[in-house]
Write a protein that binds this ligand. Structure first.
Ligand SMILES: C[S@@+](CC[C@H](N)C(=O)[O-])C[C@H]1O[C@@H](n2cnc3c(N)ncnc32)[C@H](O)[C@@H]1O
Length: 274
């Protein structure tokens, strides 16, 4: 694939994206930059990505954010990878229901929630299988770098293709309403999830501790030092008996020995060691 930018322009974009999001774009990813930025170049009526870089160098307000957002990978699905959600249903939630039965409070953070399928999968699991949590102070916080993804998540509206990926048919029937060609999550599930923008390498609000953190399929884009920093920050926010879920290709091993992996196949579920 031919690209419409020089090596120096590629370096400019990759440095900028890394500073703003921690996403690492190594040489060889030129094709990805070309594919992801082409729609933005068209939308702005520019001739090439080279012209986009010229605009960025001039300090065009808001453009750097748009470019960074365009370089995020937002791939997700309902009940992605299955095993983490089985672990959530059969082990993690039963354990927390027991240990939190006096304070009746449960806090869950989905820290790179993309278009919302992940936090809503958690919400539907709770609604379906943990009626005893009704009346508890239950909070599901969903955050993402991308304002567009946060907005999509908040809307709770999904395409047929999206609800056909991973969502069990009974849940589609029970929790969605067909609106035109799309499917809208019912308010009872939407209201369980609180969406907001958050950059994992920026300042975090003063969150109270979480009992469960989903941090899946985002650290994979970062360098080791950034992963280590984020694990450290997550550890300080995770209750000592809380649970951390990582993506299938992610691990704390050799990065932070403050976590140990539970022996549940393919669940990517970790607990604090200290
Ligand atoms: C591949 S999706 C993962 C979605 C979901 N967790 C899953 O596993 O299906 C990665 C998400 O991370 C977000 N992201 C990338 N860099 C980020 C950062 N620095 N802070 C917060 N979110 C970020 C992207 O916007 C994207 O929505």
């Amino acid at each position: 694939m031919t690209t419409t930018f020089s090596d120096a322009e590629f370096t400019y974009i990759s440095d900028m994206v890394r500073t703003r999001s921690a996403i690492v774009l190594e040489p060889g990813k030129e094709y990805l930059v070309e594919a992801r930025l082409a729609p933005l170049v068209r939308e702005l009526g520019l001739e090439s990505i080279g012209a986009l870089v010229t605009k960025l160098r001039q300090g065009n307000g808001g453009l750097a954010e748009k470019v960074t957002e365009a370089m995020t990978t937002n791939e997700t699905s309902f009940f992605r990878d299955v095993a983490p959600f089985q672990a959530l249903r059969t082990l993690v939630l039963p354990s927390l229901v027991e240990t939190r039965k006096v304070q009746r409070s449960l806090r869950i953070w989905c820290a790179a929630s993309s278009s919302g399928q992940e936090p809503y999968s958690i919400a539907m699991t709770i609604e379906d299988d943990f009626p005893q949590l009704r009346g508890w102070n239950l909070q599901i916080v969903a955050t993402d770098l991308s304002p567009a993804m946060v907005e999509r998540g908040r809307s709770g509206v999904y395409k047929a293709l999206e609800v056909n990926r991973g969502l069990p048919a009974p849940m589609l029937i029970k929790y969605f309403t067909k609106v035109g060609v799309d499917y809208e999550l019912k308010a009872e599930i939407r209201s369980m999830v609180d969406f907001s923008e958050l950059n994992l390498i920026g300042a975090w609000p003063a969150f109270p501790p979480f009992d469960i953190v989903f941090l899946r399929n985002v650290l994979i884009y970062f360098d080791v030092e950034t992963k280590r920093t984020i694990f450290g920050r997550v550890k300080r926010l995770l209750a000592p008996d809380g649970f951390l879920f990582l993506g299938a290709a992610e691990t704390t091993m050799n990065i932070d020995d403050g976590f140990e992996r539970l022996p549940i196949e393919r669940a990517g579920c970790y607990r604090r060691t200290h």
